[in-house]
Design a protein around this ligand. Structure first.
Ligand code: WT7
Length: 650
């Protein structure tokens, strides 16, 4: 495990108290939530859970048998009822749930009543295809409304979903279906990206050819490209929906029933199926969505730009906003189609008030320049959010000035796929922010830094740990309780170890500094070095590969691969391209190395361990650290020379 690097890059004395008018109208503007949570942790979370609609109340708030937590034990509820039926029953059926916009400019407005209707129909379709409570359903879709319908329909009948990001390869999809042993796959003919059709069905077909558990495939027609439909197995969504029964009784789910699996990268090559359950998860995503974004559901228009394939899409496009009866924007495509002002054009047209995006996107907007946001009236915006990686203070300031018009609080939200919900973030009506700091743990969350020995650190750098269970926490890794224990609960006793380094400043503000394990953060997405290495050595010409994440001005980290070819293969730019493409085919475009550096040897210790630290130093152009443990010091000189000669891909 690497020492967390403590960069003194923060702007010590720049602080931003909540703007007075914002604080005056905020849902909370004093310390009462923190005080309540401190006074009685269980009562605090019980109060939040009671905001949901339950069929039967819980008998116990939290049972904690380290590392396994159970929340709201004995309570029963249904997620789709909480996200849809109760709002319709309260007379909000005509309220807009989503202003959806496709990349070509086509739009759809979906009210809560319409979403409930489509969800029930699709729930009945799933049942007719043999999906029963407890069966897993895989979802592989672009950012279209049917993705939300598919997820909610699963929750209606108690079938856990496993959403796979539409940018992942067929092999990544196959592995995730195999691990979940899903019965049905929901996909589309394609989606629109950068003005072109990006087909999905061929990937789905390739995956399903090797996943015997899949009995049926439902295909949404989005792009009208030609697809192969296998008789008896494949069904068009619009055809089966036309015949579906419009009402579907919701299943009464136990609070601890599995709600979904979501796969994320860890330090090994095999993605982990993170398990989230029903009652605690919904409680905490609803609570955090309400208070971190200061959601006023009757007047706000909220937009989270994440993809549904990531946890941010699950918690803050689907479950949190819908549980709170919010009106959201959902957009299918890229921010530069047809022009680099697409996001601001959308924000203006729908009157977006709350905007949530990632630092990598903000840095891209900075590169594109201020003219694009300046073309649009963004004065309705009243709060900005950030997630996925540390936001550098420069990007924070730019975001505040050029998007927020200088008067929006910024909520920098730290959390993980595993945590399910935001854990560290400001409360915008309460917290004085500092650009680049996620500030403090939210009410009900215990977070502390520890040193290598596990001793608490009160000021300075350390490893971020969580000291108490929280309702939306992962319940384990699907099918692998040992890996769950080993990954999160073995390093610092009874603390959850997140894998991140952080610093606490003199004022008690937390500064997240990135991963300290072999996980890279590329554009806010976790990619493991081992996963990319495995994809590289899978190519017949590759003898050995070592992958590191190097600091990158736009994507946070960029993937740099050092590759040794097998005898008889010549390094060349073309060969580099071939290998980059190979990785994209094996995992997905997000894992494609930015640079491939060919080398005859890799720097190793005498025991044969690859010295990644040195490779990172080379990739980031640093003076090399300690090389005394190298078996052959000349290797590094050679690699430095090769690295200097290698062109970088944009
Ligand atoms: C990792 C989790 C949470 C949804 C998106 C990513 C990094 C996330 C922040 C932040 C600094 C952050 C951490 C974390 N991260 N948010 N606000 N400041 N770092 O989810 O793919 O599970 O990745 O993203 O390193 O461990 P994920």
């Amino acid at each position: 495990m690497a020492e967390p690097t403590i960069e003194a890059y923060y702007l010590e004395d720049r602080t931003f108290p909540p703007p007075p008018e914002f604080a005056a109208n905020a849902l909370t503007n004093d310390h009462s939530l923190y005080d309540q949570a401190d006074a009685d942790h269980q009562a605090f979370w019980a109060e939040q859970a009671s905001q949901l609609e339950w069929f039967e109340p819980w008998t116990s708030v939290c049972e904690w048998k380290l590392p396994f937590a159970e929340w709201f034990v004995g309570g029963t509820l249904n997620v789709s009822v909480n996200c849809l039926d109760r709002h319709v029953a309260a007379g909000k059926g005509d309220k807009v749930a989503f202003h959806w916009e496709g990349e070509p400019g086509d739009t759809r407005t979906i009210t809560y009543a319409e979403l409930l209707d489509e969800t029930q129909r699709f729930a009945n379709v799933l049942k007719s295809l043999g999906v029963a409570r407890g069966d897993r359903v895989n979802i592989y879709l672009p950012m279209i409304p049917e993705a939300v319908v598919a997820m909610l329909a699963c929750t209606r009948i108690g079938a856990p979903h496993s959403v796979v990001f539409g940018g992942f390869s067929s092999e990544a999809l196959r592995d995730r279906i195999l691990d979940a042993e899903a019965k049905v796959l929901i996909t589309a003919d394609g989606g629109y990206r950068r003005g072109a059709v990006s087909p999905l069905k061929p990937n789905a077909d390739a995956a399903v050819a090797e996943t015997p558990s899949i009995e049926h495939v439902v295909v949404i027609q989005r792009t009208n490209n030609d697809v192969d439909m296998q008789d008896g197995r494949d069904h068009w969504y619009h055809e089966v929906m036309a015949e579906a029964d419009p009402t579907c009784e919701p299943e009464r789910m136990q609070a601890e029933d599995l709600l979904y699996l979501l796969y994320t990268s860890g330090t090994t090559g095999k993605p982990k199926g993170i398990m989230h359950t029903t009652g605690g998860y919904l409680t905490q995503v609803a609570f955090t969505h309400k208070y971190v974004f200061d959601l006023h559901p009757e007047t706000d228009v909220y937009w989270c730009t994440a993809d549904i394939g990531w946890v941010t899409g699950h918690s803050y496009i689907v479950y949190g906003p819908l549980a709170n009866g919010a009106t959201s924007v959902m957009y299918e495509g890229t921010p530069d189609t047809p022009d680099k002002d697409r996001f601001w054009d959308i924000a203006e047209r729908y009157g977006v008030t709350l905007f949530y995006t990632a630092p990598t996107a903000i840095r891209t907007f900075m590169k594109w320049g201020t003219d694009f946001p300046a073309r649009h009236d963004l004065t309705k915006l009243r709060l900005l959010g950030s997630v996925g990686e540390p936001i550098n203070p420069e990007a924070w300031m730019w975001y505040q000035e050029h998007i927020g018009g200088g008067n929006c609080p910024i909520v920098d939200t730290w959390w993980q796929t595993e945590t399910g919900a935001i854990l560290i973030a400001p409360l915008p009506g309460v917290t004085t922010t500092k650009p680049g700091s996620a500030t403090h743990p939210l009410p009900g969350i215990g977070a502390e830094l520890v040193d290598e020995e596990g001793t608490r650190v009160d000021v300075g750098g350390g490893y971020l740990t969580l000291t108490q269970p929280w309702p939306a926490m992962l319940r384990g890794i699907y099918g692998d309780p040992d890996r769950y224990r080993e990954t999160y609960w073995s390093k610092f006793g009874d603390r959850y170890f997140a894998g991140d380094g952080a610093k606490l400043d003199d004022d008690g503000y937390l500064w997240l500094l990135g991963r300290v394990d072999d996980v890279m953060n590329v554009s806010g997405h976790r990619v493991s070095t081992t996963e990319v290495e495995s994809a590289l050595v899978d190519h017949p010409t590759v003898a050995e590969a070592a992958v590191v994440g190097a600091k990158d001005d736009t994507t946070g980290q960029a993937i740099i691969a050092y590759v040794t070819l097998k005898g008889g293969n010549e390094p060349s730019d073309e060969h580099g391209q071939l290998l980059r493409k190979h990785v994209a085919t094996k995992i997905g475009a997000i894992a494609r190395p930015k640079t491939i550096i060919f080398t005859d040897d890799l720097p190793k210790t005498r025991s044969g361990k690859i010295m990644r630290r040195l490779l990172r130093d080379v990739a980031e152009g640093r003076v090399l650290g300690d090389t005394t443990t190298l078996a052959d010091a000349s290797v590094v000189e050679e690699i430095k020379r090769r690295a200097a000669e290698t062109p970088t891909e944009e």
